[in-house]
Design a protein around this ligand. Sequence first.
Ligand code: SF4
Length: 196
Amino acid sequence: MTDLTRRQFLQITGATLAGSSLALMGFCPSVAIAEVRQFKLARTTETRNTCPYCAVACGIVMYSLGDGAKNTHSSIIHIEGDPDHPVNRGTLCPKGAGLLDFVHSPSRLMRPEYRAPGSDQWQPISWDEALGRIARLMKQDRDANFVTKTPEGLTVNRWLSLAMLAASASSNEVGYITHKVMRSLGVLAFDNQARV
Ligand code: SF4
């Protein structure tokens, strides 16, 4: 066995320790050179939307794979804050950061459901049925309860038997239009779901 001085021994063990530590941390030149990592969002489709959870209405970018080709179904694989959005500039709170779980939740409601008066059962209905029923009932109620004048003869044109609860995910523009539609119908009770 070769004789080592104390200085030589410390130099060798020090170099070996540093080398193995760097390899453990991933600084291994041979592996790094051999592997070209792909940007995982490179082939996705970007769709901009608004976080549905609260009235801050942060902008989000949803990345989906699988659309555009025959017999494929697109699926959202990643959601992050929209860096171009003036409200949040790319940031999201923990609720917004967990949106992917909400999108793929097995308990997520994907279609309208109807519960008949007195029933404890919900039944799925189509969007056409749901929207047609809502429009029909709104018209019936407005025709029956719209108030044009008070008993004193003051013109009010109001509809007090219906209330509107709007979605917190609405953008400014959608909120503006919703407000205009409801007010033009005479609805006074109008609120935005912004505190959940
Ligand atoms: S829940 Fe969070 S991410 Fe979503 S709109 Fe509100 S603040 Fe923004």
